[in-house]
Every structure is written in structure tokens, then in C-alpha cells.
Design a protein around this ligand. Structure first.
Ligand code: CP
Length: 327
């Protein structure tokens, strides 16, 4: 690793990583964000080589355990582990003994009995990864738990922004859409505000977060806005969110056409943001619902780059969680 590390940055080995699990980023320090982002930079260098494989995690065994569908997160974690030379087993709840009634804790212990040391887990219930971590001997990485947290998505979003902007501090970032049910929004809010961005959540009142009382630690750090043009004016980054239909109670929006007419990110609306504003979306995109095809595929869109950067960030997380190379 050392020879790939830019001279002006701390080397990963010289900054301590103290977490056994990665469950959330709501308690991350600035130096932890810095460490993940800088380590991802090193991993990005490895990914640009003709042969991407390094022996950092040779002999380690990693499992993905997904109780909810995923394309990006599951496959990028699997590839990340393979590029670091770990052995990987993939378990989907729908095709495992979970369908026969096996509990989450039994499933964890079964994987651990086979030598699995890191379990990357997605679950529809908020807090499921915290529960798993309390019972696990292995390290648990949260790959999304209900509407609660998706830490590696936020880390890859921050990494992606920093590939285009010198700093996150001072940026006006608009998170557009269903922030009430979005674990991506919640994790990004913690990360982006910790790094000094101004964050505005925009959407219909029924899809904006509830419980943001003056006593909430984020109360003074985010703005809520129901007028899309007021929210987008002067924005540096616009992050559109997927409509979380699977988590929305019936009747939160009267009609999807009404939502589209008022909140879809279109070229006309994007025009009020800064001319070099970055457009992001965690995926999967509901095409022409939350973002127009033209904007999603336009020159300001980083949607594909976010997916690529997810690989580098997940390699960094696996490397740090596993304690670095034992070579
Ligand atoms: N962004 C995200 O979590 O995508 P997947 O559901 O495809 O993993």
C-alpha cells in the first residue's frame, strides 16, 4: 500500500481505525471520514491497473447476507473482497435456510462456524445490523438497514463529490425526494454536515423527515424546503432519491403524477443550480419519476461514477475493518 500513497496524505497504516463493525456513520470523526476517503483513493489506484488484484486480504473469509434485493451494494462488496483476494460467500435470504425459519442470530453463528470473519448485511428492519453486531464474533458491515442507515453509500457519495470539488465544507447540497424513508439520505446528512456542507432536504411535506425538533442534533444543520426552485437555487450538488415505495405508508403522496410534476429533477429546474452543479442518485433510478432521463444521462450526472467509486470505497472499508494487510 505504501508506495501507492500520495506523499501529502497520511498513510492508512499511520492512522488508527478502531471499529470492529461499520454500522452507522452518525458518530464518525472527521479523521475517520478522511481515512476512509484517502484509503479509497489508494484502492482507486489499484482499480485503474490492468490487473486489479492485490493480496491484502488473502486467507480472509467474507460473507454477504442480504435480506433485501440489491444490485450495486452486494455485487460491489463481492468484487471488492475478490480484488483484495478474500474468499467470499454470498447468501440471499430468499434462497437460504432463513426461508425455513432460521433466525438471524443462528444464521450469523452458522456462517461464523464456517470461518466467516466479516459479514456484510442488508436487512429491511432498522437496527437489525446493530442486533447482529451484539451477537456476532465476526465484524458486521451495514449494507442498509430499513430506513435507518446505509453508511457505505454515503461514504462513496462523499468520495465522489471530492473527486470533483476541492472540499465538502461550504457546499450547498440539496437532497431531493423521499428523505423521510431514505437510509441513503440519513447517512449522507450525517456525513455531509459533519464535513461542513449546508444540506437542504426538498420534497413534499409528507416525505420530509419527522421528529426534527430543536433538541435533535441535526436540527440546526439542515433546511427543509417544499419548493423545488427555492431549494435548487445556487446548489453545488443535487442528490435525487429513489421513491421508497416499499417503505411508504399508503396515502403519503396522493398521486405519483402530482409528485413528478412538482419534484422531478428536470433540465429546466436544474438550470437554477450553479452551472457546474453535480447531479447524483444512489440508484436504482425510477426512470423519469424522480429524475428526468435527460438529466440522469447528462453531462452533470455522476450516477455511473458513483457506482464505480463504490468499489474503491468498499475495498477501503473491508481493508480497514479487517485491520489492514496481514502480509
Ligand atoms: N444504492 C443502493 O443501495 O443500490 P442497491 O439497492 O442496488 O444495492
Amino acid at each position: 500500500m505504501k508506495e501507492n500513497y500520495p506523499q501529502d496524505m497520511h498513510q492508512p497504516e499511520t492512522i488508527s481505525w478502531h471499529r470492529k463493525h461499520l454500522l452507522d456513520i452518525d458518530d464518525f470523526s472527521i479523521s475517520e471520514y478522511d481515512l476512509v476517503i484517502k484509503t479509497a483513493g489508494v484502492m482507486g489506484g489499484i482499480l485503474s491497473r490492468p490487473i486489479k488484484k492485490v493480496p491484502a486480504l488473502r486467507g480472509r473469509t467474507i460473507a454477504t447476507l442480504f435480506y433485501e434485493p440489491s444490485t450495486r451494494t452486494r455485487s460491489s462488496f463481492e468484487l471488492a473482497a475478490k480484488y483484495l483476494s478474500a474468499d467470499v460467500v454470498n447468501l440471499a435470504a430468499s434462497s437460504s435456510s432463513i426461508t425455513k425459519g432460521e433466525s438471524l442470530i443462528d444464521t450469523l453463528h452458522t456462517l461464523e462456524a464456517m470461518g466467516v470473519e466479516i459479514i456484510i448485511m442488508r436487512h429491511p428492519l432498522a437496527g437489525a445490523c446493530h442486533l447482529a453486531a451484539r451477537h456476532a464474533k465476526s465484524s458486521i458491515i451495514n449494507a442498509g438497514d430499513g430506513g435507518h442507515a446505509h453508511p457505505t453509500q454515503a461514504l462513496l457519495d462523499m468520495y465522489t463529490i471530492l473527486k470533483h470539488k476541492p472540499a465538502i465544507a461550504g457546499l450547498n447540497i440539496v437532497i431531493l425526494g423521499d428523505s423521510r424513508h431514505s437510509r441513503v439520505a440519513r447517512s449522507n446528512i450525517w456525513g455531509l454536515t459533519a464535513m461542513g456542507a449546508s444540506v437542504t432536504l426538498c420534497g413534499p411535506r409528507s416525505l420530509l423527515p419527522i421528529g426534527l425538533t430543536p433538541r435533535h442534533p441535526l436540527y440546526s444543520k439542515i433546511k427543509l424546503e417544499t419548493d423545488i426552485l427555492r431549494a435548487l437555487e445556487g446548489a453545488d450538488v443535487v442528490m435525487a432519491l429513489r421513491m421508497q415505495k416499499e417503505r411508504q405508508a399508503a396515502g403519503l403522496i396522493p398521486d405519483i403524477r402530482e409528485y413528478v410534476s412538482q419534484f422531478r429533477l428536470t433540465s429546466d429546474r436544474l438550470a437554477v443550480a450553479k452551472p457546474d452543479a453535480l447531479v447524483m442518485h444512489p440508484g436504482p433510478v425510477n426512470e423519469d419519476i424522480e429524475i428526468s432521463f435527460e438529466v440522469a444521462s447528462g453531462s452533470q450526472s455522476l450516477i455511473t461514477e458513483q457506482v464505480s467509486n463504490g468499489l474503491a470505497v468498499r475495498m477501503a472499508v473491508l481493508y480497514l475493518i479487517s485491520g489492514g494487510s496481514k502480509e
